[in-house]
Write a protein that binds this ligand. Structure first.
Ligand SMILES: [Zn+2]
Length: 58
C-alpha cells in the first residue's frame, strides 16, 4: 500500500461510536459530527488520524 496516496477513511469515534468518513490528508482538523471529539488532528501541516480506523476507502 502506497504511503503517498491519499485515502478516505471510515473512522469510529471513541467517545460516542459514531462512524464517519474522513480524508486522511485533510488540511484541517476533523471533529465528530455527533459529539465534537477530534477525529483528525492537524500537526505541523500533516494530518494525524486519532480515531479508530474501520476501513480504508479508495
Ligand atoms: Zn463522537
Amino acid at each position: 500500500m502506497s504511503k503517498s496516496k491519499s485515502n478516505f477513511l471510515r473512522v469510529k469515534c471513541g467517545d460516542c461510536g459514531n462512524q464517519q468518513v474522513v480524508f486522511d490528508h485533510a488540511a484541517s482538523k476533523v471533529e465528530c459530527i455527533i459529539c465534537g471529539k477530534s477525529l483528525v488532528k492537524s500537526r505541523g501541516g500533516r494530518s494525524e488520524v486519532v480515531a479508530q480506523i474501520i476501513e480504508v476507502l479508495d
